[in-house]
Design a protein around this ligand. Structure first.
Ligand SMILES: Nc1ncnc2c1ncn2[C@@H]1O[C@H](COP(=O)(O)OP(=O)(O)OP(=O)(O)O)[C@@H](O)[C@H]1O
Ligand SMILES: [Mg+2]
Length: 131
């Protein structure tokens, strides 16, 4: 198995996505790297539930030297991305640190967003040497 998909329709699905990610990662990451992945899965899927009304799709894929996460939703999109990453963003619904934190924890982070929905892709490279 080198990839998996979880439909994110309720809070339980978030924990399913995290545990499936754990399974797929196997022993390829250090503890801190795994934690970064878990936080990112949690933040992105939580946002998709909260702001895009669920019906999101989470995928996780093994790539050469790392793991790539993707969350796709069909919500209203993120209108003020620049502001969110400027550090001046004040969230009405949370701390406003989820996306910023996840971007910092991951090695690559891309957002495609429009009024038709949002796709976020994030990759973590492993620092462990494979034998
Ligand atoms: N998938 C999404 N669809 C639409 N809007 C989103 C989505 N994800 C995030 N947002 C918007 O971007 C803002 C910033 O998200 P972020 O996760 O950084 O902070 P937050 O969810 O407000 O607070 P926190 O995650 O710290 O509890 C949110 O307040 C929300 O308005
Ligand atoms: Mg959030």
């Amino acid at each position: 198995m080198n990839g998996l998909l979880v439909h994110i329709d309720s809070e339980e699905d978030i924990f399913l996505a995290i545990s499936r990610t754990r399974y797929l990662a196997g022993d390829m990451f250090r503890k801190e790297e795994l934690q970064a992945l878990f936080v990112t899965v949690l933040e992105l899927t939580r946002n998709a539930l909260k702001y895009a009304g669920g019906k999101a799709i989470f995928t996780c894929q093994l790539v050469e030297g790392g793991l790539r996460l993707q969350v796709i939703d069909k919500g209203p999109g993120i209108a003020n991305l620049d502001e969110i990453f400027s550090g001046n963003y004040r969230s009405k619904t949370g701390l406003g640190l989820g996306l910023q934190g996840a971007r910092r924890l991951m090695d690559a982070f891309e957002i495609e967003t429009s009024e038709k929905g949002t796709i976020i892709r994030a990759t973590k490279w492993t620092s462990q040497r494979r034998t």
